[in-house]
Design a binder for this molecule. Structure first.
Ligand code: ZN
Length: 83
């Protein structure tokens, strides 16, 4: 029961570059509140061409990280918006 739910959260959010509003990810987000990290396995659509970088304005919006052994992106505060 301690393992993460394979299906994951069903709610999908879209994540945008805060600087130029380019769509970056479609993501199944769990819980409420600010987006701090993205688990790679929960990214439904990835619109970036280079990892962690906005394809339009080239800003670095996240860093690759392992969260409890799971590959994830740690979002850099203020670089992304979500709706
Ligand atoms: Zn951008």
């Amino acid at each position: 029961m301690a393992k993460p739910n394979k299906k994951g959260p069903s709610k999908t959010v879209e994540i945008f570059c805060a600087g130029c509003r380019t769509k970056l990810f479609k993501y199944r987000k769990g819980g409420k509140g600010a987006l701090i990290k993205c688990f790679k396995e929960r990214i439904v659509s990835d619109f970036t061409t280079d990892a962690c970088q906005c394809p339009n304005c080239q800003v670095i919006f996240a860093r690759e990280a392992l969260v409890r052994g799971t590959p994830a992106y740690k979002m850099i505060g203020g670089k992304v918006t979500m709706k």
